[in-house]
Design a protein around this ligand. Structure first.
Ligand SMILES: NC(=O)c1ccc[n+]([C@@H]2O[C@H](COP(=O)([O-])OP(=O)(O)OC[C@H]3O[C@@H](n4cnc5c(N)ncnc54)[C@H](OP(=O)(O)O)[C@@H]3O)[C@@H](O)[C@H]2O)c1
Length: 323
């Protein structure tokens, strides 16, 4: 049986759906039932339930967006830094392997192969870099799991959210048998406030940059596949291979969904950060070679994007909770 923490959330609910469709026995756990953020309560639960694996899809993301983490710092640290460490220690105490949902937002930019080696380029919108992005230059490289986070408290500037996620990874890395699965900008075919494709359609103006992104179902499938294959415990970047620019996504939305409106873009970073955002955003390219080297398959980002738009549907109404 797999114990699933944070099953009520956007990512946790996708894990629950995928486990159900695979016929894998699992038990969703909410803080309302057992306060798994407390070491003693979590250890008691592990001893009573005796799962074979644990998934941590719990964390604090900030609503409506990551800016909320700047004003809810205690919750951000509790959910993203302390909780993974608590889980790591509890799992180590009973010898339980587990997987932790982290984020690729601990990086900013990409790497560029040059004659003398590889250099980091923090700004993918810079005039000299933009043509490389547009032409998908093979010299433009994503961050691997071996690269130290460059958008974290140890490598500022960063958002408070990103800093808390990078510290969370450190707590996990130091203990036991665990996967760290890095998700980035989730999307799929279900319209809703957490879906990147919906967000783009609801913003009054769109921020243009380049990013590796994760189809929500592809992400949870790849994470579960790693465990089912007994791939080595390690950090894995779990994004759809490749990357997209926001303009490319907007063009796909216009072509497939025909929304009957024109999308407007922020003029530049200065205007975006002056008028629309409070804390710096991570925009980055990720390398998924390690994931693919395990034999786990995940489709290219263009394919996942196209299929999501072609099968676009409204969010189903929330099911009333019992009692
Ligand atoms: N959504 C994204 O854009 C995104 C991108 C990259 C990475 N991630 C990571 O993916 C994980 C899941 O994110 P999500 O989008 O599914 O979040 P979500 O919809 O807000 O759900 C997270 C769940 O975590 C539980 N939780 C435990 N401690 C919490 C705390 N201190 N504050 C708030 N919730 C807490 C809650 O479940 P109960 O109270 O029912 O137990 C909540 O339903 C997080 O670690 C997040 O950092 C998300």
């Amino acid at each position: 049986m797999i114990l699933l923490l944070g099953a009520t959330g956007y990512i946790g609910s996708a894990f629950a759906a995928e486990l159900a469709s695979r016929g894998v026995a699992h038990r969703p756990v909410s803080r309302a039932e057992v306060d798994y953020t407390r070491f003693d309560a979590l250890l008691g639960l592990l001893r009573e339930a005796r799962p074979s694996f644990l998934i941590n899809a719990a964390g604090y993301t900030g609503k409506p967006n990551v800016d909320a983490c700047e004003t809810h710092r205690a919750e951000t640290l509790a959910g993203n830094t302390l909780l993974p460490q608590t889980i790591a220690h509890a799992c180590a105490a009973v010898g339980l392997p587990w997987g932790h949902v982290s984020s690729g937002c601990i990086y900013n930019g990409a790497k560029l192969r040059s004659g003398t080696g590889v250099v980091a380029i923090p700004d993918l919108t810079a005039a000299a870099v933009r043509p490389l992005v547009e032409t998908r230059s093979p010299d433009l490289l994503g961050f691997t799991e071996e690269d130290s986070p460059n958008f974290s408290f140890r490598s500022p500037p960063c958002s408070f959210y990103s800093g808390s996620k990078a510290l969370g990874e450190e707590g996990v890395a130091a203990t036991g048998a665990a996967y760290v699965w890095r998700l980035r900008i989730p999307f799929d075919e279900v319209d809703g406030p957490r879906n990147y494709l919906s967000k783009i359609q609801r913003y009054p103006r769109v921020y243009d940059n380049a990013n590796s992104i994760s189809h929500r179902r592809d992400f949870v499938r790849a994470c579960l596949d790693l465990w089912e294959r007994r791939a080595p415990f390690a950090i894995y970047n779990v994004t759809n291979p490749g990357y997209v620019t926001t303009r490319q996504v907007v063009q796909a939305i216009e072509r497939v969904l025909r929304p009957g409106r024109r999308f407007e873009f922020w003029e530049n970073d200065a205007e975006f950060y002056r008028l629309a955002a409070r804390t710096p955003r991570s925009n980055c390219l990720m390398d998924v070679s390690r994931l693919l080297s395990t034999g786990v398959r995940i489709r290219p980002v263009e394919e996942a994007l196209e299929e999501s738009l072609r099968t676009w549907r409204p969010e189903p109404p929330a099911t009333p909770s019992a009692g």
